[in-house]
Design a protein around this ligand. Structure first.
Ligand SMILES: [Zn+2]
Length: 141
């Protein structure tokens, strides 16, 4: 329970509800030490600064862990099996999400690049490869 006397910049309910909106991922940034996180909090987990600023997270990231989900919840019945992934986003933030179409351990590796795909489904959906927006080396020749 959040102490109502603390002037929070936003509530955890708002943060979670608006987490995936309009094709963007919301996070928080510390103006003091530069920490970027996808985990809601009142103060910086590294330096303790309060409050944190809202920040837009990168939609590109790297798989750091995954498992193949074969027993899904009701909302994903038609999608199983799929990969449940933990992704480190470029420039900060670690989120969990899912990847439809990844049906076995052989189809994904830790370290693979992935990108966020806005979806009507709940949760944060990812697909293989780097997506746009996000500058790629060949675009800067
Ligand atoms: Zn900090």
């Amino acid at each position: 329970m959040v102490d109502p006397s603390v002037a929070a910049p936003h509530s955890i309910e708002e943060f979670v509800k608006g987490y995936e909106e309009g094709g963007r991922l919301r996070g928080l940034r510390c103006a003091n030490c530069g920490l970027v996180t996808a985990t809601w909090g009142l103060a910086c987990s590294r330096c303790g600064r309060y409050p944190l600023e809202e920040a837009e997270l990168s939609t590109n990231g790297t798989v750091v862990a995954f498992t193949i989900q074969t027993v899904p919840g009701d909302e994903f019945l038609n999608d199983a099996p799929y990969a449940y992934v933990v992704v480190d986003l470029e420039r900060g933030g670690r989120v969990t999400g899912w990847m439809p179409g990844v049906r076995s351990d052989e189809e994904l590796r830790v370290g693979d690049p992935v990108h966020f795909v806005p979806s009507y489904k709940p949760g944060v959906q990812f697909a293989k490869g780097s997506g746009s927006p996000g500058p790629r080396p060949e675009e800067h020749r």
